[in-house]
Design a protein around this ligand. Structure first.
Ligand code: SF4
Length: 342
């Protein structure tokens, strides 16, 4: 049965975090000062097994989910991920199986194994082509060249279309916007610019550090004229633009300045089996407890119906509607993005 929430938004898109660990320390997501050597990450026994993830995915698919995105932390840190991909790829109702990675572990062999297992496409994060800028943002001195090699590996394996996600933060990498655009023009890869968001409670977010989508679009358009393109589907996150000269497409994800909560069809499952109905939520709904006490699919399904049916999240609209800068995000405890994936 297709599920809709209290704002008539259907459940269509499930993001599954398979680990809360990452080998990067991106300052806008997992700052080193908080996620240091002593940080208590989830113990292995707390993580959902591939069998548990697949069982939940089947229940969600029966309620309208047709797209699954695997995330983390860094999902490729989870061993044998291609085994999970193969299990999920057997779910008939799914027509889009994708993954978001920082590329650090995406070797040609891994890319081919994921493709062979049933992964359709992939999103790779890259915040600049300038090593000094990129290393400052990932905060582990990981070089650009290795991420570019991962993008090539994904392309060779046929994990296309490849999306490249760039978080833009004023004072950190806005000077890289044109360089990135130039590099990916004509490649067939879709470069997406993401506004810096007040996710979690630890990234020191300030409104003045946000480079608005409109400014990013103006910057690109001044160099290479672009025109808007219709969304591919209801609830698509990125606003689409294409180069008038035919050099391809870019996307802009404007959660702060142009919220899109009205068509949000996304649910997020954390690595320990908590469902979050919004990226900025502070409340998880425990599906692991049901699984581990032997609940039948019907009971899990009923819990999902209640959870999604009551959903009324629209944080980004509220954030912007109230005091544009601090109040909303200051008082509200939110789950960390590294815990549920973007
Ligand atoms: S803020 Fe929450 S409800 Fe709005 S688009 Fe993002 S995840 Fe969806």
């Amino acid at each position: 049965m297709r599920l809709v929430d209290s704002l008539e938004r259907p459940l269509r898109d499930l993001r599954i975090s398979v680990t809360d660990r990452c080998n990067f320390r991106c300052t806008y997501c997992m700052p080193k000062e908080i996620f240091g050597r002593d940080f208590a990450f989830l113990p292995r026994a707390a993580l959902l097994t591939f069998e548990e993830i697949t069982r939940l995915a089947r229940v969600f698919a029966a309620h309208g989910v047709h797209k699954i995105r695997l995330t983390g932390g860094e999902p490729l840190l989870r061993r044998d991920l291609e085994r999970l991909v193969a299990m999920l790829a057997e779910i008939e109702a799914l027509d889009d199986l994708t993954l978001t990675t920082n590329g650090s572990l995406l070797t040609p062999a891994k890319a081919h194994a994921l493709k062979a297992a049933g992964l359709n496409r992939i999103t790779i994060s890259l915040d600049s082509l300038d090593d000094a800028v990129f290393m400052a943002m990932n905060d582990v001195d990981f070089p650009v060249a290795k991420v570019l090699a991962a993008i090539d590996a994904a392309a060779d394996a046929g994990l296309s279309p490849i999306k490249i996600d760039m978080v833009v933060k004023r004072g950190a990498n806005e000077q890289s916007i044109l360089h990135m655009a130039q590099h990916f023009r004509g490649t067939g890869h879709i470069l997406r610019f993401i506004e810096f968001m007040d996710v979690g409670n630890t990234n020191g977010w300030r409104m003045e550090d946000v480079v608005p989508a409109a400014e990013i679009v103006r910057t690109i358009d001044a160099a290479w004229p672009i025109e808007p393109v219709e969304p591919n589907y209801y609830g698509e996150v990125a606003e689409r633009w294409r180069y008038v000269d035919g050099a391809g497409e870019i996307g802009v994800i404007a959660s702060v300045t142009q919220p899109f909560c009205g068509t949000c069809t996304r649910a997020r499952l954390s690595a320990e089996g908590e469902l979050y109905t919004c990226l900025f939520s502070g409340v998880g709904h425990d599906f692991r407890a049901l699984l581990r006490r032997g609940a039948a699919d019907e009971e899990i399904s009923a819990f999902l119906e209640r959870t999604w049916g009551r959903r009324a999240d629209r944080y980004s609209e509220i954030r912007t509607a109230s005091t544009p800068d601090r109040a909303g995000s200051a008082v509200r405890r939110k789950v960390e993005m590294s815990h549920i994936g973007g």
